[in-house]
Design a protein around this ligand. Structure first.
Ligand code: GLA
Length: 388
Protein backbone atom coordinates (compact mmCIF):
# COMPACT_ATOMS: atom_id res chain seq x y z
CA UNK A 1 0.00 0.00 0.00
CA UNK A 2 2.84 2.37 0.88
CA UNK A 3 4.40 1.79 -2.54
CA UNK A 4 1.11 2.38 -4.35
CA UNK A 5 0.50 5.68 -2.56
CA UNK A 6 4.09 6.89 -2.79
CA UNK A 7 4.04 6.26 -6.54
CA UNK A 8 0.76 8.09 -6.90
CA UNK A 9 2.16 11.00 -4.91
CA UNK A 10 5.20 11.13 -7.17
CA UNK A 11 3.02 11.11 -10.26
CA UNK A 12 0.73 13.85 -9.04
CA UNK A 13 3.27 16.10 -7.27
CA UNK A 14 6.48 15.43 -9.21
CA UNK A 15 8.51 13.66 -6.49
CA UNK A 16 7.88 12.02 -3.15
CA UNK A 17 11.08 13.12 -1.41
CA UNK A 18 10.36 13.91 2.22
CA UNK A 19 6.78 12.69 2.09
CA UNK A 20 5.34 10.61 4.98
CA UNK A 21 2.81 7.83 5.09
CA UNK A 22 -0.26 7.79 7.36
CA UNK A 23 -3.25 5.59 8.18
CA UNK A 24 -6.59 5.93 9.98
CA UNK A 25 -8.98 2.97 10.26
CA UNK A 26 -12.73 2.72 9.75
CA UNK A 27 -14.79 1.57 12.69
CA UNK A 28 -17.63 -0.75 13.49
CA UNK A 29 -19.81 -0.31 16.54
CA UNK A 30 -20.69 -3.59 18.25
CA UNK A 31 -23.42 -2.14 20.47
CA UNK A 32 -24.51 1.26 21.84
CA UNK A 33 -26.15 2.99 18.89
CA UNK A 34 -27.38 6.58 18.96
CA UNK A 35 -26.27 6.82 22.57
CA UNK A 36 -23.15 8.93 22.06
CA UNK A 37 -24.99 12.26 21.80
CA UNK A 38 -27.19 11.22 24.73
CA UNK A 39 -24.39 10.91 27.27
CA UNK A 40 -24.46 7.11 27.08
CA UNK A 41 -21.99 4.31 26.43
CA UNK A 42 -20.75 2.94 23.11
CA UNK A 43 -18.67 -0.12 22.27
CA UNK A 44 -16.95 0.34 18.90
CA UNK A 45 -13.72 -1.05 17.51
CA UNK A 46 -11.30 0.10 14.83
CA UNK A 47 -10.94 -2.02 11.70
CA UNK A 48 -7.89 -2.87 9.63
CA UNK A 49 -9.47 -1.23 6.58
CA UNK A 50 -9.35 2.55 6.47
CA UNK A 51 -7.83 5.61 4.84
CA UNK A 52 -4.18 5.81 3.80
CA UNK A 53 -2.50 9.11 3.02
CA UNK A 54 0.86 10.44 1.90
CA UNK A 55 1.57 14.06 2.86
CA UNK A 56 4.31 16.65 2.55
CA UNK A 57 4.57 20.36 3.26
CA UNK A 58 4.83 22.71 0.28
CA UNK A 59 6.09 26.28 -0.05
CA UNK A 60 3.14 27.56 -2.02
CA UNK A 61 0.71 28.40 0.79
CA UNK A 62 -1.99 26.18 -0.70
CA UNK A 63 -3.50 22.84 0.23
CA UNK A 64 -3.58 20.37 -2.63
CA UNK A 65 -5.75 17.29 -2.21
CA UNK A 66 -5.90 14.27 -4.47
CA UNK A 67 -7.78 11.02 -3.89
CA UNK A 68 -7.27 7.75 -5.69
CA UNK A 69 -10.96 7.11 -4.96
CA UNK A 70 -12.09 10.26 -6.80
CA UNK A 71 -9.55 10.59 -9.59
CA UNK A 72 -12.08 12.34 -11.86
CA UNK A 73 -12.02 15.35 -9.50
CA UNK A 74 -8.28 15.77 -10.12
CA UNK A 75 -6.19 17.83 -7.69
CA UNK A 76 -8.31 20.17 -5.59
CA UNK A 77 -6.35 23.28 -4.59
CA UNK A 78 -7.46 25.67 -1.85
CA UNK A 79 -5.67 28.51 0.01
CA UNK A 80 -3.91 27.33 3.17
CA UNK A 81 -5.96 29.74 5.31
CA UNK A 82 -9.57 30.89 5.82
CA UNK A 83 -11.01 27.47 5.08
CA UNK A 84 -14.61 27.63 3.94
CA UNK A 85 -17.10 24.91 3.02
CA UNK A 86 -17.69 24.68 -0.73
CA UNK A 87 -20.04 22.12 -2.18
CA UNK A 88 -17.94 21.71 -5.32
CA UNK A 89 -14.91 20.71 -3.24
CA UNK A 90 -16.78 17.47 -2.53
CA UNK A 91 -14.88 15.06 -0.22
CA UNK A 92 -12.17 17.70 0.33
CA UNK A 93 -14.55 19.45 2.72
CA UNK A 94 -13.55 16.78 5.26
CA UNK A 95 -9.82 17.58 5.32
CA UNK A 96 -10.57 21.29 4.93
CA UNK A 97 -12.93 21.07 7.90
CA UNK A 98 -10.17 19.57 10.02
CA UNK A 99 -7.78 22.37 9.04
CA UNK A 100 -10.45 24.91 9.92
CA UNK A 101 -11.05 23.15 13.27
CA UNK A 102 -7.35 23.19 14.21
CA UNK A 103 -7.25 26.92 13.48
CA UNK A 104 -10.39 27.42 15.59
CA UNK A 105 -8.58 25.74 18.46
CA UNK A 106 -5.64 28.11 18.07
CA UNK A 107 -3.21 25.87 16.15
CA UNK A 108 -1.60 27.88 13.39
CA UNK A 109 -1.11 26.09 10.10
CA UNK A 110 2.08 27.69 8.85
CA UNK A 111 2.40 26.28 5.35
CA UNK A 112 0.58 24.43 2.62
CA UNK A 113 0.46 20.64 2.27
CA UNK A 114 0.23 18.25 -0.65
CA UNK A 115 -1.76 15.13 0.25
CA UNK A 116 -2.76 11.98 -1.63
CA UNK A 117 -5.51 9.85 -0.05
CA UNK A 118 -6.72 6.35 -0.69
CA UNK A 119 -9.47 4.61 1.27
CA UNK A 120 -10.55 0.98 1.21
CA UNK A 121 -13.67 1.47 3.33
CA UNK A 122 -16.75 1.18 1.12
CA UNK A 123 -18.07 4.76 0.72
CA UNK A 124 -21.26 5.67 2.55
CA UNK A 125 -21.34 2.24 4.16
CA UNK A 126 -21.66 3.49 7.71
CA UNK A 127 -18.15 2.33 8.59
CA UNK A 128 -17.10 5.94 9.04
CA UNK A 129 -15.15 6.65 5.90
CA UNK A 130 -15.59 10.39 6.48
CA UNK A 131 -14.42 10.29 10.10
CA UNK A 132 -11.47 8.21 8.93
CA UNK A 133 -10.47 10.94 6.44
CA UNK A 134 -10.86 13.55 9.19
CA UNK A 135 -8.74 11.68 11.71
CA UNK A 136 -5.97 10.82 9.26
CA UNK A 137 -5.83 14.51 8.31
CA UNK A 138 -5.62 15.46 11.99
CA UNK A 139 -2.70 13.09 12.48
CA UNK A 140 -1.00 14.60 9.42
CA UNK A 141 -1.38 18.11 10.88
CA UNK A 142 -0.10 16.99 14.28
CA UNK A 143 2.98 15.36 12.79
CA UNK A 144 3.80 17.81 10.02
CA UNK A 145 3.40 20.93 12.18
CA UNK A 146 4.42 19.40 15.51
CA UNK A 147 1.13 20.31 17.24
CA UNK A 148 1.00 19.20 20.86
CA UNK A 149 -2.34 17.36 20.74
CA UNK A 150 -3.29 14.01 22.27
CA UNK A 151 -5.23 11.40 20.31
CA UNK A 152 -8.31 12.33 22.35
CA UNK A 153 -7.83 16.00 21.32
CA UNK A 154 -7.58 14.74 17.75
CA UNK A 155 -10.90 12.96 18.04
CA UNK A 156 -12.56 16.11 19.45
CA UNK A 157 -11.07 18.39 16.79
CA UNK A 158 -12.17 15.97 14.06
CA UNK A 159 -15.67 15.88 15.54
CA UNK A 160 -15.74 19.69 15.59
CA UNK A 161 -14.91 19.63 11.88
CA UNK A 162 -17.80 17.26 11.18
CA UNK A 163 -20.26 19.23 13.36
CA UNK A 164 -19.48 22.81 12.47
CA UNK A 165 -17.86 22.64 9.04
CA UNK A 166 -19.76 19.76 7.44
CA UNK A 167 -23.01 20.29 9.34
CA UNK A 168 -23.55 16.79 10.74
CA UNK A 169 -24.26 16.93 14.45
CA UNK A 170 -22.57 13.59 15.13
CA UNK A 171 -21.44 12.43 18.54
CA UNK A 172 -17.87 11.52 19.47
CA UNK A 173 -17.99 7.76 18.85
CA UNK A 174 -16.55 7.50 15.33
CA UNK A 175 -13.67 9.91 15.68
CA UNK A 176 -12.82 8.49 19.12
CA UNK A 177 -12.83 4.87 17.95
CA UNK A 178 -10.69 5.73 14.94
CA UNK A 179 -8.17 7.76 16.93
CA UNK A 180 -8.01 5.44 19.96
CA UNK A 181 -8.55 1.98 18.46
CA UNK A 182 -6.51 -0.98 19.67
CA UNK A 183 -5.85 -4.25 17.88
CA UNK A 184 -8.16 -7.07 19.02
CA UNK A 185 -9.98 -4.78 21.46
CA UNK A 186 -13.21 -2.82 21.47
CA UNK A 187 -13.48 0.48 23.33
CA UNK A 188 -16.03 0.78 26.12
CA UNK A 189 -16.47 4.54 26.10
CA UNK A 190 -18.65 6.62 28.40
CA UNK A 191 -19.50 9.60 26.22
CA UNK A 192 -20.61 11.62 29.25
CA UNK A 193 -17.00 12.16 30.36
CA UNK A 194 -14.89 10.33 27.74
CA UNK A 195 -13.64 7.78 30.27
CA UNK A 196 -12.93 4.47 28.55
CA UNK A 197 -11.52 0.99 28.92
CA UNK A 198 -10.39 -1.53 26.33
CA UNK A 199 -12.15 -4.90 26.27
CA UNK A 200 -10.48 -7.82 24.49
CA UNK A 201 -12.50 -9.17 21.58
CA UNK A 202 -11.27 -12.69 21.99
CA UNK A 203 -13.80 -14.57 19.92
CA UNK A 204 -12.51 -18.12 20.00
CA UNK A 205 -14.65 -19.72 17.33
CA UNK A 206 -16.31 -16.75 15.69
CA UNK A 207 -15.67 -13.67 13.60
CA UNK A 208 -17.20 -10.28 12.99
CA UNK A 209 -18.99 -10.20 9.64
CA UNK A 210 -20.14 -6.91 8.18
CA UNK A 211 -22.89 -6.86 5.57
CA UNK A 212 -23.15 -3.70 3.52
CA UNK A 213 -26.69 -3.05 2.28
CA UNK A 214 -25.51 -0.87 -0.64
CA UNK A 215 -28.51 1.33 -0.02
CA UNK A 216 -27.66 4.93 -0.77
CA UNK A 217 -28.04 6.83 2.45
CA UNK A 218 -29.82 9.79 0.88
CA UNK A 219 -31.34 12.02 3.52
CA UNK A 220 -29.44 10.31 6.31
CA UNK A 221 -27.77 13.44 7.66
CA UNK A 222 -30.95 15.42 8.08
CA UNK A 223 -32.74 12.46 9.68
CA UNK A 224 -29.76 12.01 11.99
CA UNK A 225 -29.99 15.64 13.12
CA UNK A 226 -33.74 15.19 13.56
CA UNK A 227 -33.28 12.18 15.89
CA UNK A 228 -30.81 14.17 17.90
CA UNK A 229 -33.18 17.08 18.40
CA UNK A 230 -36.05 14.71 19.30
CA UNK A 231 -33.89 13.36 22.12
CA UNK A 232 -33.04 16.90 23.20
CA UNK A 233 -36.73 17.81 23.37
CA UNK A 234 -37.46 14.69 25.42
CA UNK A 235 -34.59 15.48 27.79
CA UNK A 236 -35.79 19.07 28.27
CA UNK A 237 -39.22 17.77 29.32
CA UNK A 238 -37.77 15.18 31.72
CA UNK A 239 -35.62 17.90 33.26
CA UNK A 240 -38.76 19.66 34.45
CA UNK A 241 -39.18 16.76 36.89
CA UNK A 242 -35.65 15.51 37.47
CA UNK A 243 -32.40 17.39 37.22
CA UNK A 244 -30.24 15.35 34.86
CA UNK A 245 -27.69 16.29 32.22
CA UNK A 246 -28.39 13.55 29.73
CA UNK A 247 -30.64 10.56 29.02
CA UNK A 248 -27.60 8.36 29.69
CA UNK A 249 -27.98 9.09 33.41
CA UNK A 250 -31.29 7.24 33.63
CA UNK A 251 -31.85 3.58 34.47
CA UNK A 252 -34.72 1.76 32.77
CA UNK A 253 -36.80 2.04 35.96
CA UNK A 254 -36.21 5.78 36.29
CA UNK A 255 -37.19 6.25 32.67
CA UNK A 256 -40.43 4.33 33.15
CA UNK A 257 -41.30 6.60 36.07
CA UNK A 258 -40.50 9.78 34.18
CA UNK A 259 -41.59 8.96 30.66
CA UNK A 260 -45.00 10.62 30.92
CA UNK A 261 -43.24 13.99 31.08
CA UNK A 262 -42.49 13.49 27.40
CA UNK A 263 -45.65 14.71 25.70
CA UNK A 264 -44.95 13.53 22.18
CA UNK A 265 -45.33 9.79 21.65
CA UNK A 266 -42.57 9.64 19.01
CA UNK A 267 -40.10 11.53 21.19
CA UNK A 268 -40.94 9.19 24.06
CA UNK A 269 -39.92 6.19 21.96
CA UNK A 270 -36.71 7.94 20.86
CA UNK A 271 -35.78 8.62 24.47
CA UNK A 272 -36.69 5.08 25.48
CA UNK A 273 -34.25 3.73 22.94
CA UNK A 274 -31.48 6.04 24.18
CA UNK A 275 -31.98 4.94 27.81
CA UNK A 276 -32.44 1.20 27.18
CA UNK A 277 -29.65 1.02 24.59
CA UNK A 278 -27.22 2.58 27.04
CA UNK A 279 -28.14 0.04 29.71
CA UNK A 280 -27.91 -2.77 27.13
CA UNK A 281 -24.40 -1.66 26.24
CA UNK A 282 -23.29 -1.78 29.88
CA UNK A 283 -24.83 -5.26 30.22
CA UNK A 284 -23.25 -6.44 26.97
CA UNK A 285 -19.74 -5.45 28.01
CA UNK A 286 -20.26 -7.22 31.32
CA UNK A 287 -21.47 -10.32 29.48
CA UNK A 288 -18.36 -10.28 27.32
CA UNK A 289 -16.13 -9.97 30.40
CA UNK A 290 -17.87 -13.02 31.81
CA UNK A 291 -17.34 -14.81 28.52
CA UNK A 292 -21.10 -15.02 28.04
CA UNK A 293 -21.02 -14.48 24.31
CA UNK A 294 -24.54 -15.84 23.87
CA UNK A 295 -25.92 -13.04 26.07
CA UNK A 296 -23.80 -10.51 24.20
CA UNK A 297 -25.40 -11.70 20.96
CA UNK A 298 -28.90 -11.57 22.40
CA UNK A 299 -28.33 -7.96 23.48
CA UNK A 300 -27.12 -7.14 19.95
CA UNK A 301 -30.39 -8.54 18.62
CA UNK A 302 -32.42 -6.51 21.13
CA UNK A 303 -30.48 -3.42 20.10
CA UNK A 304 -31.60 -3.93 16.50
CA UNK A 305 -35.25 -4.35 17.49
CA UNK A 306 -35.12 -1.11 19.47
CA UNK A 307 -33.46 0.74 16.57
CA UNK A 308 -36.11 -0.67 14.25
CA UNK A 309 -39.23 -0.08 16.33
CA UNK A 310 -38.48 2.79 18.70
CA UNK A 311 -35.72 4.77 17.02
CA UNK A 312 -36.85 3.97 13.47
CA UNK A 313 -33.49 4.22 11.74
CA UNK A 314 -33.33 0.82 10.03
CA UNK A 315 -35.47 0.46 6.88
CA UNK A 316 -36.26 -2.61 4.83
CA UNK A 317 -32.69 -3.18 3.65
CA UNK A 318 -31.08 -3.35 7.09
CA UNK A 319 -34.06 -5.22 8.53
CA UNK A 320 -33.83 -7.83 5.79
CA UNK A 321 -30.12 -8.37 6.35
CA UNK A 322 -30.58 -8.73 10.10
CA UNK A 323 -33.75 -10.80 10.05
CA UNK A 324 -32.19 -13.19 7.52
CA UNK A 325 -29.05 -13.35 9.65
CA UNK A 326 -31.07 -14.31 12.73
CA UNK A 327 -32.38 -17.38 10.84
CA UNK A 328 -28.92 -18.74 10.09
CA UNK A 329 -27.04 -21.39 11.96
CA UNK A 330 -24.01 -20.19 13.95
CA UNK A 331 -25.16 -16.57 14.26
CA UNK A 332 -24.48 -15.33 17.80
CA UNK A 333 -25.98 -11.88 17.20
CA UNK A 334 -26.78 -9.46 14.41
CA UNK A 335 -27.79 -5.80 14.26
CA UNK A 336 -27.51 -2.65 12.21
CA UNK A 337 -24.43 -0.57 13.00
CA UNK A 338 -23.68 3.14 12.68
CA UNK A 339 -26.24 5.83 11.99
CA UNK A 340 -28.63 3.56 10.06
CA UNK A 341 -30.94 4.52 7.16
CA UNK A 342 -28.80 2.27 4.97
CA UNK A 343 -25.18 1.34 5.57
CA UNK A 344 -24.15 -1.89 7.27
CA UNK A 345 -25.08 -4.59 9.71
CA UNK A 346 -22.66 -6.31 12.07
CA UNK A 347 -22.99 -9.98 12.93
CA UNK A 348 -20.97 -12.35 15.05
CA UNK A 349 -20.85 -15.67 13.24
CA UNK A 350 -19.20 -18.96 14.15
CA UNK A 351 -16.22 -19.68 11.91
CA UNK A 352 -17.52 -22.81 10.24
CA UNK A 353 -20.86 -21.17 9.42
CA UNK A 354 -19.53 -18.00 7.76
CA UNK A 355 -19.56 -19.22 4.15
CA UNK A 356 -23.13 -20.51 4.39
CA UNK A 357 -24.15 -17.31 6.19
CA UNK A 358 -22.83 -15.10 3.41
CA UNK A 359 -24.38 -17.29 0.72
CA UNK A 360 -27.83 -17.54 2.31
CA UNK A 361 -28.22 -14.01 3.62
CA UNK A 362 -26.83 -12.70 0.32
CA UNK A 363 -29.30 -14.68 -1.78
CA UNK A 364 -32.30 -13.80 0.36
CA UNK A 365 -31.33 -10.12 0.32
CA UNK A 366 -30.95 -9.95 -3.43
CA UNK A 367 -34.27 -11.73 -3.97
CA UNK A 368 -36.15 -9.33 -1.72
CA UNK A 369 -34.35 -6.04 -2.36
CA UNK A 370 -33.34 -6.46 -5.98
CA UNK A 371 -29.62 -5.76 -5.67
CA UNK A 372 -26.68 -7.35 -3.93
CA UNK A 373 -25.25 -6.84 -0.46
CA UNK A 374 -21.47 -7.04 0.11
CA UNK A 375 -19.95 -9.02 2.95
CA UNK A 376 -16.68 -8.44 4.79
CA UNK A 377 -15.13 -10.67 7.42
CA UNK A 378 -13.20 -8.05 9.38
CA UNK A 379 -10.36 -7.84 11.85
CA UNK A 380 -10.04 -5.42 14.74
CA UNK A 381 -7.02 -3.17 14.28
CA UNK A 382 -5.12 -0.25 15.83
CA UNK A 383 -6.09 3.42 15.75
CA UNK A 384 -4.78 6.21 13.50
CA UNK A 385 -1.05 6.71 13.22
CA UNK A 386 1.94 7.73 11.15
CA UNK A 387 3.28 4.65 9.42
CA UNK A 388 6.55 6.14 8.24
C1 GLA B 1 -22.99 8.06 13.38
C2 GLA B 1 -22.40 9.19 14.22
C3 GLA B 1 -22.01 8.70 15.61
C4 GLA B 1 -23.14 7.94 16.27
C5 GLA B 1 -23.75 6.90 15.32
C6 GLA B 1 -24.98 6.25 15.88
O1 GLA B 1 -22.01 7.10 13.10
O2 GLA B 1 -21.28 9.76 13.58
O3 GLA B 1 -21.58 9.79 16.40
O4 GLA B 1 -24.12 8.81 16.75
O5 GLA B 1 -24.07 7.46 14.06
O6 GLA B 1 -24.68 5.50 17.00
Amino acid sequence: MRKKLMEAFEQVFGSNDGASFYFAPGRVNLIGEHTDYNGGHVFPCALTIGTYAVARKNNDNVMRFYSLNFTALGVVTVPAENFVYKKEDNWCNYPKGVMWAFEQKGYKITSGLDIVYFGNIPNGSGLSSSASIEVVTSVILKEEFGFDVSMIDISLISQLAENKFNGVNCGIMDQFAIAMGKKDHAIFLDTADLSYTYAPIALENAKIVIACSNKKRGLADSKYNERRSQCETALAQIKEKKNINSLGELSEEEFEQLKDCITDETNRRRAKHAVYENQRTIKAVKALEENNIALFGQLMNESHISLRDDYEVTGIELDTLVEEAWKQKGVIGSRMTGAGFGGCTVSIVENDCIDAFIERVGTAYEEKIGYKADFYVVEVGDGARKLG
